[in-house]
Design a protein around this ligand. Structure first.
Ligand code: HEM
Length: 291
């Protein structure tokens, strides 16, 4: 299979072997061929990073707003964000192939794109070290670039060893609260089954909020009850609040340990939440900042 992929790619074709998962997690296999000048739309920042590492940057004709790395992607036309992605914006770019993460793009949007005759491939993406590796491998294999995929995985493993050796030496586990902010009007905390929960754990901390999945609006009561040692935000989120001084004006923040000690950590959003090729580096940076 691998040999066939390579041959077909170098003959001028990308051979798509896509493993699509349905809602029950039963996998089915679909295959198709597209030319190597194919126009690709990526609906996810991590898929975009992987595409670029595999050498497909020039094929990308549109990306979601979280496709911020490498910085050159910021110049590409934008098609929205997570569940706000609409088929019209994607189809207007005339893609041959659209890539997405299962259960992130709305099912009706997937249907509309496919009904327009455009190939849309969905990948599973679990927020774990294994999930990051599986995604990289699945994307690389599906585009006939298994060898490049392997070298991304080797580099990722090396980064993870460095991060682990630092984290092993740490004994205390700070309570970390992640706040997703887009100005004071949109402030959400990250519960379980989120990229943030898993990143905090990988970096040797504990999520300060427990007992719910996904994101929920921040409330002063929950903030005070959680009493985090560290508050973590995207750098864009912190600046949308006016920096640390602005964050401290949000009700309840000044009553937490993090607020009293101004222990506020910011990181680039896609770097922190990507669970892709830069995962090891992100774990190391987060660990260094929260401890
Ligand atoms: C209420 C839900 C959300 C809203 C309204 C929202 C809104 C936005 C907006 C407007 C941008 C563009 C910002 C800019 O260009 O400066 C953005 C970027 C981004 N969003 Fe979201 N978002 C939401 C949920 C999420 C979630 C759950 C995640 C993942 C944890 C996420 C991850 C990102 C990332 C990585 C970026 C890239 C730019 C950056 O780092 O700020 N967003 N979001």
């Amino acid at each position: 299979m691998e040999a066939m992929n390579k041959n077909m790619f170098y003959k001028g074709f990308i051979f798509i072997l896509a493993v699509a998962f349905n809602a029950c997690n039963i996998s089915t296999t679909t295959e198709s061929e597209i030319s190597d000048s194919a126009k690709i739309v990526s609906t996810n920042g991590t898929l975009s990073e992987i595409l670029v590492e595999l050498g497909f940057e020039d094929n990308i004709v549109g990306v979601d707003v979280a496709s911020t790395y490498p910085a050159s992607l910021k110049e590409k036309p934008k098609i929205g964000h997570n569940r706000d992605i609409a088929s019209e914006g994607v189809l207007a770019l005339g893609p041959d192939l659209v890539l997405g993460i299962a259960n992130v793009v709305k099912p009706e949007v997937v249907e509309q794109i496919r009904a327009a005759g455009v190939k849309m491939v969905l990948f599973e993406h679990e927020y774990s070290v294994e999930g990051a590796k599986q995604l990289i491998k699945a994307v690389a294999d599906s585009l006939g670039q298994s060898a490049k995929g392997d070298s991304i995985l080797t580099a990722l493993d090396a980064d993870l060893v460095v991060a682990d050796s630092m984290i092993e030496q740490i004994e205390n586990k700070p309570k970390v609260l992640f706040i997703y902010a887009r100005g004071t009007g949109t402030m959400m905390v990250a519960g379980q089954r989120t990229q943030l929960d898993k990143m905090i754990e990988l970096a040797g901390g504990v999520n300060a909020v427990q007992g719910f999945d996904d994101f929920k609006p921040l409330t002063a009561e929950a903030l005070i009850a959680a009493n985090p040692d560290v508050i973590l935000l995207f750098d864009s989120g912190l600046s949308s609040l006016g920096g640390i001084d602005g964050l401290l004006e949000v009700q309840g923040i000044d009553l937490t340990n993090a607020g009293k000690n101004r222990k506020v950590v910011e990181m680039d959003g896609q770097f922190l939440t990507g669970f892709g090729p830069r995962l090891g580096k992100a774990v190391l940076e987060l660990a260094t900042k929260i401890h």
